[in-house]
Design a protein. Structure first.
Length: 474
């Protein structure tokens, strides 16, 4: 594994070691994996300057060149998916099979961006005046600063870097300090793909310091962030100082609604997929399960049978379905949500056991009350709280009764209801009889306090370009 560890900063296409280091630990074992270089103000400055110089060249590259570089990077990611998967499992904890899927999922964003790079076409508008022509060209927004989380340490990186590069931007990336190793491995693959000097730069260190530098620096024209709503608000407020473009993928509190007319097998399978991926540490995972009262007991019992079969353990063990939580505070938050719900009247229906270290037994809570903390906060753990509702109006009211608006899911066989709910749910993404949403070709993102902008799909690329209009008189 040692040969796959890149632990320096990546600035101007060179590895830069610093004296100050921070430690990355394996959440399954608590053991130290590596010491990683910590960027101080000089390194942050060098990374931004490197991207600034690279941008001047890259913005004039041909669409074909941008496409080909991304294709090469994509091929290398796929060819090294096992190395990436091992790094992901080691630093993030998720089961190895899930980690390998993440590597392919990460590659899919690069492939999509490579294809889109050649389709950022401008337009000619029929003019309002004689002897004139109006052109609109889409130009890269400039140097992009990206900040990514630990829960998808590879996919969240490519989801930002690839469209930025496709659009003609350069990048400074700050991955999560909990999971920088897989991002740095992506830089190694970018070197193999012969990316131009300085096109991508990767730094880690004091996240507040780096965030403040990114937001206040005039050379950076765009901030793209995935993480908590708390930090997203700081970045948005601070970006006002230099009036940057900002894209934010923030927290969710997804309702997962099962109506009495749903196909229960499908709903259960969808819920298992949606709830327990990455031990429940995904922003689109079901945070509030709403089950119609008439099927409540049967649904809960069948769900319990399925959850009881999940194996918790080290992600490198092939029997593992659920790895550790990312760290102790992640586990303690999930535990606090369980305790709070029970204190307010919920039943601990299954699990809840502290399995030591960062491990928590998957947990089902039934008869959860609407004042429970987990109605307001994202749990980010393997905790499945089941609420009940009487009719559609109540389900919709409860689903929307949150400041978040990322994803929602519902299962029903009533086609009229499907159309009603598609309109009434206040979210950016809906799974209708489906527990899976994300893909490279769809616009991923939320409304309300879940974020601004979209990643992926056709809209994804437009987050990294500006429309430039020209009036031509002849
Ligand atoms: P989570 O709670 O899921 O870890 P965070 O929003 O804290 O979400 O972290 C997501 C990313 O934001 C990480 O890369 C983290 O280092 C970074 N981050 C945390 N605090 C700040 C900050 N004040 N400014 C900029 N980035 C930050």
């Amino acid at each position: 594994m040692q040969e796959n560890l890149f632990t320096d900063l990546f600035i101007n296409s060179k590895w830069v070691k610093t004296n100050k280091q921070y430690v990355v630990t394996n959440p399954a074992t608590g053991q130290q994996i590596a010491s990683v270089s910590h960027a101080g103000s000089d390194e942050i400055e060098a990374a931004i300057q490197s991207a600034t110089v690279a941008f001047k060249v890259w913005k004039n590259s041909s669409a074909k060149t941008r496409c080909e570089k991304l294709q090469k990077w994509c091929q290398l990611i796929i060819a090294h998916k096992e190395q990436l998967a091992a790094l992901i499992t080691m630093e993030c904890g998720k089961p190895l099979k899930e980690a390998a899927n993440e590597a392919l999922y990460a590659a899919s964003f690069v492939e999509w961006a490579a294809e889109q790079a050649r389709r950022i076409d401008g337009v000619i508008i029929d003019s309002h005046m004689p002897n004139t022509e109006i052109n609109v060209a889409y130009e890269p927004v400039g140097v992009v600063a990206a900040i990514t989380p630990w829960n998808f340490p590879v996919a969240m990186v490519t989801r930002k870097i690839a469209p930025a590069i496709a659009a003609g931007c350069s990048i400074v990336l700050k991955p999560s300090e909990l999971t920088p190793l897989s991002a740095l491995y992506l830089a190694h693959l970018a070197l193999l793909a012969e990316f131009p000097e300085g096109l991508i730069n990767i730094i880690g260190g004091d996240s507040a310091e780096i965030g403040a530098k990114f937001t206040h620096d005039e050379r950076i024209r765009k901030i793209t962030f995935t993480g908590s709503t708390r930090v997203g608000k700081i970045l948005l407020a601070d970006s006002a100082s230099t009036l940057k473009r900002v894209s934010l993928e923030l927290g969710g509190n997804a309702p997962f609604i099962i109506f009495e007319d749903a196909d229960m097998d499908e709903a259960l399978a969808g819920l298992m997929q949606c709830k327990f991926r990455n031990a429940g540490q995904t922003c689109v995972c079901a945070n509030r399960i709403l089950v119609q009262q008439s099927i409540y007991d049967e649904f809960a019992a069948r769900f319990k049978n399925m959850v009881a079969k999940l194996n918790v353990g080290n992600g490198f063990d092939e029997n593992t379905n659920i790895g550790p939580l990312i760290n102790l505070s992640g586990k303690q938050k999930a535990q606090a949500h369980i305790k709070d719900a029970v204190n307010k009247g919920a039943t601990l229906y299954f699990g809840g056991e502290d399995l030591g270290g960062n491990f928590l037994q998957p947990t089902i809570l039934t008869h959860v009350t609407d004042d429970a903390l987990l109605c307001r906060e994202e749990t980010f753990g393997p905790v499945a709280p089941i609420f009940s509702f009487i009719d559609e109006d109540e389900a919709v009211y409860k689903a929307n009764n949150t400041k978040f608006g990322l994803a929602a899911y519902f299962f029903t066989s009533d086609y009229k209801r499907i159309h009603r709910l598609k309109r009434s749910l206040e979210v950016g993404m809906i799974g209708v009889n489906s527990g899976v949403l994300s893909a490279e070709n769809v616009p991923f993102g939320g409304v309300k306090e879940s974020g601004l902008g979209r990643e992926g799909g056709k809209p994804g690329i437009y987050e990294f370009v500006e429309a430039k209009y020209t009036m031509n008189k002849f």
